[in-house]
Design a protein around this ligand. Structure first.
Ligand SMILES: *[C@@H]1O[C@H](CO)[C@@H](O)[C@H](O)[C@H]1NC(C)=O
Ligand SMILES: *[C@@H]1O[C@H](CO)[C@@H](O)[C@H](O)[C@H]1NC(C)=O
Ligand SMILES: *[C@@H]1O[C@H](CO)[C@@H](O)[C@H](O)[C@H]1NC(C)=O
Ligand SMILES: *[C@@H]1O[C@H](CO)[C@@H](O)[C@H](O)[C@H]1NC(C)=O
Length: 326
């Protein structure tokens, strides 16, 4: 027997042996007398795995004793002690092989004074991290970052944001007024300041129009605009066919309230109560007294929807008045 005709391994199981060499006849005959099943034992379809792929060229079939080797897919790493290979068993099946690689993960984002949520339950590549800050802090950076796979490495899509304490600068100064803690330049989150108006030297006092309390709610942002300190004067209200039933006085200053009623034979359209607003006008707008239409009951033509509506909104008292007026 020469080296040229000696098969490298398992000669009986190799059907695609090199061209028939006459020198091997004896050996071939010997092989033929062996039990037949041995010839047909082959392993096919190497196991397919999610995290790893076969190394090298895949063959159509393998023989008992053959070993196949796997490697992790890109973006995965090998986890000891699992195997990265499988062997063709004498009965034609592959030895047991399990997933041996895991997806690479980005580092846990650490955010002081904040919260990190993993909606995908992991920080493996293609997962997101959602970041928010504790109360009193604000986020600098992106609230959502994604773990990306670039080449063989993973990294967050953006720098990890951080949470900074909320501060407000001085609230606005106002004319004819002041606010508490005005000597300070920096205010913390949720701190409250109160405005008040100065006494006036004239005949009319300043009124504080707007919010007198402001709270630091966001970086350099107060809960509202500051109030105004101004003299507010409303003209004596006059209601045609009506009377002022309460609130009458000499001067009508900020938020003075007056209440009206209409004379007999008239009904009120609008609010019976108005107050003197910050713009020296009555709010809501002045009501009017409208003459009760006597045609309501006698003229068919006037019984339109408008009159019907007016009729319905009359109070019992007014309805009585209408009847006396008629
Ligand atoms: C083949 O043999 C192995 C042990 O060598 C055994 O675990 C497996 O179950 C066998 N497979 C079949 C299909 O008989
Ligand atoms: C992660 O979650 C986001 C939103 O919940 C989803 O759009 C995305 O497909 C998820 N990614 C993975 C890898 O599951
Ligand atoms: C009642 O007042 C409203 C609002 O001012 C006005 O639009 C409406 O025309 C008035 N109704 C009558 C009957 O004058
Ligand atoms: C008062 O006047 C100011 C400026 O003219 C205006 O912006 C504001 O809306 C007015 N307020 C009312 C209640 O009419």
């Amino acid at each position: 027997m020469t080296a040229s005709c000696a098969p490298r391994q398992a000669p009986p199981a190799r059907p695609e042996s090199p061209p028939f060499p006459w020198c091997c006849v004896g050996m071939l005959l010997a092989a033929l007398v062996l039990p037949l099943p041995i010839f047909s034992v082959r392993c096919i379809d190497p196991p397919v795995l999610d995290s790893m792929k076969l190394k090298g060229v895949i063959k159509r079939h393998y023989y008992p004793g053959d070993r196949i080797d796997y490697e992790c897919y890109r973006g995965y790493f090998y986890v000891w002690p699992y195997l990265l290979s499988a062997t063709c068993e004498p009965n034609g099946s592959w030895s047991r092989i399990e997933e041996a690689c895991l997806r690479k993960s980005c580092p846990d984002p650490q955010v002081k004074h904040g919260k990190v949520v993993a909606p995908n339950d992991t920080f493996e590549w293609e997962s997101e991290a959602h970041i928010s800050c504790d109360e009193g802090y604000f986020l600098r950076g992106k609230p959502i970052i994604i773990c990306n796979l670039i080449g063989e490495n993973v990294s967050w899509s953006d720098t990890i944001p951080h949470c900074e304490k909320i501060y407000c600068g001085q609230p606005p100064k106002i004319k004819h007024g002041k606010h508490t803690n005005s000597y300070r330049n920096i205010f913390e989150y949720n701190e409250l300041i109160t405005y008040s108006c100065d006494p006036s030297n004239g005949p009319d006092e300043y009124s504080l129009v707007g919010q007198n309390k402001l709270i630091c709610i966001e970086p350099n942002k107060w809960s509202s605009d500051p109030p105004l300190c101004k003299v507010v004067k409303c003209q004596r209200p006059f209601l045609e066919h009506g009377i002022m039933v309460s609130g009458s006085r000499d001067k009508f200053s900020y938020q003075s309230v007056v209440v009206f009623e209409c004379l007999q034979g008239f009904y009120l359209n609008g609010s019976n109560l108005v107050f003197c607003g910050g713009n020296d006008t009555w709010e809501p707008e002045m009501p009017t007294c409208i003459k009760v239409s006597s045609c309501l009951y006698f003229t068919k033509n006037s019984l339109n929807s408008y009159n019907l509506h007016s009729f319905i909104i009359f109070s019992n008292k007014k309805r009585k008045n209408i009847f006396t007026a008629i």
